[in-house]
Design a protein around this ligand. Structure first.
Ligand code: BGC
Length: 481
């Protein structure tokens, strides 16, 4: 009886509720793990309130000019790219749980360096360390969650990664309204300390343990995660059937079960970033200022709140709608909103053809107040729509999919390649955004983002597999066949 129910819940046809499987401790382990993405959100959100203060600070050794301010923001993405490589190595060597616990060291140490900074280089170093920790976290947590979950809730729990990232961003924006940059750094270091504490009570994933031939520990982990009333033996055998003991060697990259998910994962990360999300987030304040919003800090809070709400909608619906439907909806909304953005710039900038540099984004702020406030609402509406669209699909789902599609024995290295791609492209998009505007004009740049969003939709249709309701082993078998 227990075996049959386990199969029903944990296997392919998992559609009904199964009262014997207890999810409470699975949720607890997920909660402990997502304190990592919460810390990573705080890292991403930190620069927005800290930069304006550091630009005006009285100490000349700490004061940032505009180029230093952009490095202070973007050096995190470089640290995170390195974290992707390190995380890919760690996750397979020391395990998912320990890798995650180790992240708290660069998080806390990075903030200590920022708090005690005597010059700009210490600020960069602290930001790079917190970026490194974010890169490792962005790789390890999706893998940890997908490996402890069962198919019925894996999408929802996996989407909590992004939900906590955007909650962290929002938390930093809100706290930044009242806290000074040093106190904000103190606050930002807390979630990683709590994560370290909670994770020390959580189990390693059964899949990692079985791959290490630690069967009795794997059974104990399953007992913790599923409660005592299901057939752990049965689930253990299902996982073992998919475990290939030998390690990964280079010649296996010719094997479709490795290169196909790798290409899909790397492309997902590329497409996530070329939607322009980080450029839009980075310059959101400028858009709001242009639309005559007096308090651009509050405007950032509004953007952060939209992200949190729509990511929550995605998390709650993903196991019913599936991944692909949300990717389509998200891609369509983003393609439309970036096209509208482009239209906005076309209208506004062609009205300003007497300006010395009419095509630059930054001339928008020099508009005499109120002249274009009507049309400025088009920018604000496009921004809200864009952020909501991203949060519904292309924000959470690429992270979820890369935790689902890789074979167990190569999960670390392949996820590392994806995380590296994500953060390198994020760096390029945020750093080169100004140059793009100079080269393509503001409207051209947003139409390019729109074109990439259309490509996202086509890519989803032809290459992204639907993973809803399948076990990780079934997904692995799909790529092998
Ligand atoms: C992306 C980040 C982005 C964040 C906030 C994540 O999924 O990978 O680049 O900054 O979402 O929206």
């Amino acid at each position: 009886m227990a075996a049959e129910e386990s199969r029903r819940l944990l296997g392919h046809a998992a559609s009904d509720s199964c009262p014997r499987v207890q999810n409470k401790r699975l949720y607890l382990a997920t909660f402990a793990a997502v304190l990592g993405p919460l810390s990573f959100g705080f890292v991403l959100g930190y620069s927005s309130p800290a930069i304006p203060e550091l630009r005006k600070i009285s100490d000349p050794k700490l004061r940032l000019d505009s180029s230093q301010a952009s490095w202070f923001g973007s050096v995190v993405t470089l640290g995170a790219a390195a974290g992707g490589i390190l995380g890919g190595y760690l996750v397979d060597k020391v395990g998912r749980k320990l890798s995650l616990m180790l992240c708290s060291i660069p998080y806390v140490f990075g903030y200590i360096v920022i708090i005690s900074a005597q010059n700009v280089w210490m600020l960069y170093f602290g930001r790079t360390l917190t970026g490194l920790a974010s890169g490792i976290t962005s790789l390890v947590v999706p893998v940890y969650i997908s490996e402890i979950s069962h198919p019925k809730v894996r999408g929802m729990l996996g989407s909590c990664v992004q939900l906590m990232v955007v909650t962290g961003i929002l938390g930093a924006y809100i706290a930044g309204v009242t806290l000074k940059w040093r106190w904000l750094a103190v606050l930002c270091s807390f979630p990683s300390c709590i994560m370290l504490l909670f994770m020390s009570f959580m189990p390693e994933t059964p899949r990692f343990l079985l791959n290490q031939s630690k069967r009795s520990e794997a059974i104990a982990s399953l007992r913790f995660l599923r409660g005592p009333h299901v057939d752990h033996e049965w689930e253990c055998r299902q996982i073992e059937a998919g475990v290939q003991e030998e390690g990964l060697n280079l010649s296996e990259f010719k094997n479709p079960s490795i290169y196909r998910p790798l290409l899909i994962g790397v492309a997902l990360m590329f497409f996530q970033q070329v939607t322009g999300i980080n450029a839009v987030m980075f310059y959101a304040e400028t858009i709001f200022e242009d639309a005559n919003f007096k308090d651009s800090r509050m405007a950032s809070v509004v953007v952060g709140s939209i992200q949190v709400c729509f990511t929550a909608v995605a998390a709650l619906t993903i196991d019913k709608t599936g991944r692909k439907v949300l990717l389509y909806v998200s891609g369509i909304i983003m393609a439309l909103s970036t096209a509208l953005f482009g239209l906005y710039f076309k209208i506004v900038l062609s009205n300003r053809n007497n300006s010395t540099n009419p095509d630059t984004w930054f001339t928008l702020n020099s508009a005499s107040p109120g002249t274009e406030s009507g049309i400025s609402w088009l920018a604000v509406a496009s921004l809200g729509l864009f952020v909501a669209g991203f949060a519904l699909g292309w924000g959470p789902i690429p992270w979820l999919l890369i935790s689902e599609i890789f074979p167990l024995k190569a999960r670390g290295i392949l996820s590392g390649a994806c995380v590296l791609t994500n953060w390198v492209i994020a760096f390029l998009v945020t750093k080169e955004f100004h140059d793009f505007i100079g080269f393509l004009t503001s409207s051209g740049t947003f139409w390019l983002f729109s074109a990439f969003c259309c490509l996202n939709i086509t890519f989803t249709a032809f290459y992204v597999p639907e993973t809803k309701g399948r076990t990780l082993e079934q997904i692995e078998a799909y790529f092998r066949s």
